[in-house]
Design a protein around this ligand. Structure first.
Ligand SMILES: Nc1ncnc2c1ncn2[C@@H]1O[C@H](COP(=O)(O)OP(=O)(O)OP(=O)(O)O)[C@@H](O)[C@H]1O
Ligand SMILES: Cc1ncc(COP(=O)(O)O)c(N)n1
Length: 274
């Protein structure tokens, strides 16, 4: 049976992030992608020009349509925008057995707000207890914990605080961490105390629009296909690295990543430290 994936996220008219990045990734990884739209953005590679959030009851309606018909094997959340959307979505996910990947999207590359300030608390209270994996970038992890991250020790302390909020796995994404380093390193922490570090060469490119969305969508797809957690994390890192390495040169700002690359280009070895 074809694995079924679901993304609950915002639309990016520019096609590089949000629902569009998620569905492209789901398709490339041979899963059947479904979607629940939370908001629509007018967006391109320069940034976000406008945001229109959908009414909560209509978001719930979409989710109920999927839940009443499909056996979703894994799902992710992306842009959730407001406290009321987070509350409505979380309530609907309470009895879900499939893995839930929470990408705590807050701010777009150009600085636009994709999560209202007061929604941060709602995310921690209502959604984190349901999360299997949480995938913050460094600024998001700082906002969620009120702690500053400068060293590896800080990364570990922050991850511990996030684990205490409910998720089983925390992926501290390294795109924003130590950009002078030659590597893009993700530090992963498990509830049972295990750690996993995944490192790949840092690519010098401005085409990184949608990296976070694409990464969490790839992780969702690999989990939906039944890969064990560590293997799914490693393959998702390979997917995003291929996508960043082979930019498409689309648009005039921060271009999208290449969702075809994992299947069409030679694979880069990811360094795995356990
Ligand atoms: N220049 C780069 N070269 C290689 N890998 C990268 C680069 N930038 C980010 N990554 C990887 O991409 C994934 C997403 O990380 P990142 O920290 O960029 O997420 P994000 O901040 O949510 O995305 P965005 O910046 O698009 O909002 C991680 O695995 C990270 O290591
Ligand atoms: C609709 C939408 N959702 C999410 C992001 C963030 O994208 P990313 O963090 O992957 O660059 C975005 N720019 N637009």
């Amino acid at each position: 049976m074809l694995p079924i994936t679901l993304t609950i996220a915002g639309s990016d008219s520019g096609g590089g992030a949000g629902i569009q990045a998620d569905l492209k990734t789901f398709q490339e990884l041979k899963t059947f992608g479904t979607s629940v739209l939370t908001a629509v953005t007018a967006q391109n590679t320069y940034g976000v020009q406008a945001v229109y959030a959908l009414p909560e009851d209509f978001i719930v309606e979409q989710l109920q349509s999927i839940q009443s018909d499909f056996n979703v094997n894994a799902l992710k959340t992306g842009m959730l925008f407001s406290a009321s959307i987070i509350e409505a979505v979380s309530k609907q996910l309470e009895n879900v057995q499939a893995p839930i990947i929470v990408d705590p999207v807050m701010i777009a590359k150009g600085g636009a707000t994709l999560l209202q300030q007061e929604a941060v608390d709602a995310m921690i209270t209502h959604l984190f207890p349901l999360a299997t994996v949480l995938t913050p970038n460094i600024p998001e992890a700082e906002t969620l914990t009120g702690m500053k991250i400068q060293t590896y020790d800080d990364v570990e302390q922050v991850a511990k605080k996030l684990l205490a909020m409910g998720p089983e796995v925390i992926v501290m994404k390294g795109g924003h961490f130590a950009p002078e380093q030659q590597a893009a390193i993700d530090h992963i922490f498990f509830k049972n105390g295990d750690k996993l570090t995944l490192s790949a060469p840092r690519v010098q490119t401005k085409d990184t629009h949608g990296t976070g969305c694409t990464y969490s969508a790839a992780l969702t797809a690999f989990l939906a296909k039944g890969l064990p957690m560590k293997e799914a994390l490693i393959e998702a890192k390979r997917f995003i690295h291929a996508a960043i390495s082979h930019g498409l040169g689309i648009g005039h700002g921060h271009g999208p990543t290449n969702h075809f690359a994992y299947n069409t280009k030679a694979k880069v070895e990811v360094e795995i430290i356990e």
